[in-house]
Design a binder for this molecule. Structure first.
Ligand code: AMP
Ligand code: MG
Length: 335
């Protein structure tokens, strides 16, 4: 009898320990042309991640320009198109970021992205003549946004590829918050959201990939309730016959893939959409202008810039960044 009682007590204890263990869940999906990973801890972890996957699929169906039936495809089809308030709002933000970044971020870059074929199996180097013909189609003044009705000038198209994943990460963050996720992260390609903390209260380690050795890390940042969005030439590129490497971010001022002195830009802040737009824009700007831009907007974000030989980070990260001593990069703080 005593034995049975002891076993019963042990079983009860085990059950109770099971009850108090927070639930954790992981999920991997392929969407928006990239692999996405999610991790959440909390009572509703599983439901939250299923909802996150649904949300990403919903946004892709709305914002992809390669999907027939998406709102962006409808806009690019020409004429005046009334879209959802959500798509119109995102486009409005994109136009605002174009203004803030003096056109370095510009969603009307689509005709040049297509002509260079960066997202296709057959990328090619455009002639100066082709660029001259297409460049006049680029510029925010080609987009009229009246309430939720969008009209593009003839021949113009938009590409939300530089901002959509950032917006999606904002939506995932909202789901984590609403569903009581206590800790977790979401990694949407180069867009990471770190939520809450680990069980011991410490922040999440987010690795900033080494652009020269993508299996390695150029720095680690410790984040909680923040977004870290990276743009880099190493993420998508092609090599021309003469050996020149052309990567996927195009300088709207020249119509040519940016020949940046930056290998990658990581923007860290509270808003995923902003971080995504700025990471693309600051890559186009290059080291000097990116630093000037940060000085004008230092309340909004921190950043990590990687060049051929140096990792630069803004002073606000000092307590939350780890770099490898004696590693391949010099380290410099931007103040
Ligand atoms: P990201 O990875 O966020 O830097 O976005 C890069 C993607 O945005 C490219 O693959 C293009 O689809 C698009 N894009 C390229 N250049 C620009 C630009 N200057 N402004 C906005 N979007 C761009
Ligand atoms: Mg971006």
């Amino acid at each position: 009898m005593k034995k049975i009682l002891v076993s019963l007590l042990a079983a009860l204890l085990l059950l109770c320990t099971g009850c108090s263990q927070p639930k954790e869940q992981t999920l991997q999906i392929f969407a928006m042309d990239t692999v996405m990973d999610f991790y959440a801890v909390g009572e509703n972890a599983e439901e939250t991640l299923n909802a996150a996957a649904q949300e990403i699929n919903r946004l892709e169906a709305l914002l992809s320009r390669t999907r027939t039936g998406s709102e962006v495809s409808a806009i690019n089809g020409g004429g005046s198109v009334t879209v959802s308030h959500e798509t119109a709002s995102l486009l409005r933000s994109a136009l605002q970021y174009a203004q803030t970044t003096s056109g370095a971020f510009d969603v009307t870059i689509a005709p040049l992205v297509d002509a260079w074929g960066i997202h296709s199996d057959m990328p090619r180097v455009l002639s100066a003549n082709e660029i001259r013909t297409l460049l006049p189609l680029v510029g925010s003044d080609h987009v009229q946004l009246d309430g939720d009705t969008v009209t593009l000038d003839a021949g113009c198209r938009i590409d939300l590829g530089g901002i959509a994943k950032g917006y999606a990460s904002d939506c995932v963050a909202e789901l984590y918050r609403q569903n009581g996720v206590t800790g977790g992260w979401a990694s949407l390609g180069g867009n990471v959201y770190a939520h809450g903390t680990k069980a011991d209260g410490s922040f999440w380690n987010v690795s900033i990939r080494d652009p020269k050795n993508t299996a390695g890390s150029a720095a680690m940042v410790q984040l909680s309730n923040q977004f870290a969005v990276t743009s880099g030439g190493y993420q998508r590129y092609f090599t021309a016959e003469d050996g020149t490497v052309y990567q996927h971010i195009i300088d709207p001022a020249t119509g040519v893939p940016a020949q940046s002195d930056l290998l990658s830009v990581t923007i860290i802040g509270q808003n995923g959409t902003m971080a995504d737009a700025y990471s693309t824009a600051l890559y186009v700007m290059g080291l000097e202008s990116a630093q000037k831009f940060w000085h004008a907007h230092e309340e909004e974000f921190d950043m990590v810039l990687v060049t051929e030989d140096t990792v630069y980070y803004t002073a606000g990260l000092a307590e939350h960044i780890t770099t490898e001593e004696g590693g391949p990069y010099r380290v410099q703080v931007i103040t």
